[in-house]
Structures are given as structure tokens and as C-alpha cells.
Design a protein around this ligand. Structure first.
Ligand code: FE2
Ligand code: FE2
Length: 159
């Protein structure tokens, strides 16, 4: 759940960075709606960590700063690329949450409900990005994003 929480910290930062540089009004609106849902995700995961007696990542300020910078850069590359970045990020997050659902014990219904709802929302965020004209990112960019995500999730699992 700490890893999921870090993911949502990054989502806050990515959307904030992108909203700052979004060009079309409709794109900005779509980003803001998704960002609002990410705030809910952040709250759910934070509360669940508390309930389970866990702790949040010590590196959260670092994750936020990194993701904000990436979001702002993606935004500067123009709306189609920026939305393409959202679509690919959300697709990867959805896949991560699906793997997490497979690992979570059936008895942990609260965690499962949270992860399941987030997965539904992330799928919708990806679809929204595509509807607003997301460009398909080159394979090398997708691969780099996967590597960065793996580094993040592995680190956040421990620290
Ligand atoms: Fe989220
Ligand atoms: Fe999302």
C-alpha cells in the first residue's frame, strides 16, 4: 500500500506539472478532473496505511519533485504528447494495480476495494487522455517509463 501511495503522490505531481503547461482548455479540464480523483486515491491509500499500522515512504518529497518535473516537461512538449504520456502512465499503473490485486489476500477486502476502485479510475483516465487526442508514444519512451516505474516501486517498497 506504501508503493500505491507513492504512485498517487507521483500522480498528484504529474497532473499538477502538466496542468501548468496544458494548452487547450478542454485538456486542462480533463487533467483537473483526473487530478481530483488522484487526490481521493491519495487519501484512501494514506488512510489504509494508517489502518494497517504501516508508514509512508520517506522519499515522498523526492518522488513529488521528480514527477512534477517530468509532468511539466511532458506538458511543454504539447498536448498530444502530454496526453500520450498520461495514457501510457495510467495504462502502466492499471497493470501494476492488477498485479497487486492478484497478490492481495482475499480476506483483505478493504485493501482490495481500494485497489480495485483505483484501477477502474486509472483505466478511465487513460481513456479520457485518448479521447482528447493522446499521441502514441515511441516504444523507447514507454520502455524508459517502465524502467523508471520499476525503480520507483522497488525503492518505495523498502524506503
Ligand atoms: Fe490514482
Ligand atoms: Fe490516474
Amino acid at each position: 500500500m506504501r508503493v500505491n501511495h507513492v504512485g498517487e503522490v507521483c500522480a498528484q505531481a504529474l497532473y499538477a506539472g502538466q496542468a501548468l503547461t496544458a494548452q487547450a482548455g478542454a485538456v486542462l479540464e480533463a487533467l483537473q478532473k483526473a487530478a481530483w480523483e488522484e487526490t481521493e486515491h491519495l487519501n484512501w491509500t494514506e488512510r489504509r496505511i494508517d489502518e494497517l499500522g504501516g508508514r509512508k515512504s520517506l522519499l515522498n518529497p523526492f518522488w513529488y519533485a521528480g514527477a512534477w518535473t517530468i509532468g511539466a516537461i511532458a506538458g511543454r512538449l504539447g498536448d498530444p504528447v502530454s496526453l500520450g504520456f498520461v495514457a501510457e502512465t495510467e495504462r502502466q499503473v492499471e497493470a501494476h494495480l492488477e498485479r497487486h490485486l492478484q497478490q492481495l489476500p482475499a480476506a483483505d477486502r478493504r485493501s482490495r476495494a481500494i485497489v480495485d476502485q483505483m484501477k477502474t479510475d486509472e483505466t478511465a483516465h487513460a481513456a479520457t487522455a485518448r479521447q482528447h487526442g493522446a499521441a502514441e508514444l515511441p516504444a523507447i519512451a514507454k520502455g524508459a517509463m517502465k524502467l523508471a516505474a520499476r525503480a520507483m516501486t522497488t525503492t518505495a517498497y523498502w524506503i
